[in-house]
Design a protein around this ligand. Structure first.
Ligand code: SF4
Length: 146
């Protein structure tokens, strides 16, 4: 009897690496927040939770143990930066919104090398579609933070 082993977490691990910072960066960000005068220890948030929705406070009101994991996230007071900036996201978005015929493999290589951990486009259409999907996930992730 043949038995096939499929690692079910492989895809999840790759998406995790695309969207989230490494443990060191996350710990540095969280240390900064925990030393910040605006950090609310009881809710682990930047100011009161969801501040921004109800006041004109510049604080984001986010739950920081989660927010500090995201590559696209940044401190509203510039105490730590996003690894992928809003300008980067607009560059990716512009590329994704073009027709297939107007996108080149070279452009996909530049974006995937920079934002997808060095992954490269290839002659494999399915592999390239995965890269496009990961870039879409990044944009979606950034939009959900906006
Ligand atoms: S995100 Fe910035 S302002 Fe908010 S708690 Fe962290 S360091 Fe302070």
């Amino acid at each position: 009897m043949l038995t096939f082993y499929i690692n079910p977490s492989h895809k999840a691990k790759r998406n995790f690496a695309v969207l989230f910072v490494n443990a060191k960066t996350r710990a540095e960000r969280l240390d900064t927040c925990q030393g910040c005068e605006h950090y609310v220890t009881t809710t682990k948030s930047c100011g009161p939770l969801v501040t921004e929705a109800f006041t004109d406070s510049p604080l984001c009101g986010c739950y920081m143990p989660a927010k500090t994991k995201l590559k696209v996230a940044s401190c509203p007071l510039d105490k730590w930066e996003a690894l992928i900036t809003s300008q980067d996201i607009e560059t990716i978005r512009e590329f994704l919104e073009r027709d297939n015929a107007d996108r080149t493999k070279q452009e996909l290589n530049v974006l995937s090398t920079k934002f997808l951990g060095g992954q490269r486009a290839s002659g494999c259409a399915a592999c390239n579609r995965k890269l496009l999907k990961q870039l879409k996930d990044l944009v979606h992730n950034a939009d959900s933070q906006a």
